[in-house]
Ligand binder design. Sequence first.
Ligand code: 13P
Length: 258
Amino acid sequence: MRTPIFGGNWKMHKTVKEAIHTVEDLKEEIGNIEEVEVVVFPPFTALNAVKAVLKETQIGLGAQNMYWEEKGAYTGEISPLMLLEAGCRYVILGHSERRGYFGETNLRINKKLKAALELGFVPLVCVGEKLEERRKGKAKGVVATQLRECLEKVNSPEVQRLVIAYEPVWAIGTGETATPQQAQEMHRLIRDILLELLGEELAASIRIQYGGSVKPENIKDLMRQPDIDGALVGGASLQARSFARIIRYKNKNSLRNI
Ligand code: 13P
């Protein structure tokens, strides 16, 4: 049984004050929700403040990126140890915005992944094709290569903590979601590759999230697919109420009557 995991990736949004308000509201909206795992990914500057609000809740804290070295002369980077100290247990690696704007490569993501697993993080490794790649019928090949290269020689027992996020680039922030069938098809492929790389048990237990314009209105149909185990949510996670409606996709109403 895979526990669904919902991540709120806030990207480069929210001051410390705004971040505190959002998680306070989220706490109230979802209460002590069970059977799902919920994580927020605030900007680095808000991690400490958010950690304090999340104390004694089930909501996890994560970082949007990290470097693989523990310390050193790497101006502008953040180390895994610093993130652990700030209360992070989760980390997003290889988001398409990092790949697209900041030159993140599969090789770098692979190094980050190894460091993250070694230090006890739950890493969320992102893969996904661009629109022109899908149009040319190359989507599956692109995602398969990303996955294989990111997971190269990653075979420690800790890999059971790994989460994969399938985020088609054309669906991110565009309002255009992959259809549940398109998403399921890619999630199935990812699971088949995990089977080949890591064996049956791990392939069956590793969670694969979908990301790209996830909203309260489309989450239910996505979650009906057998290989979709949660969502990585951008825009709709910035408001506690809409993120909570996604997390509580099974119930029509949230804890509070909205
Ligand atoms: P949106 O939900 O805004 O499309 O962003 C998805 C995403 O990139 C999550 O990491």
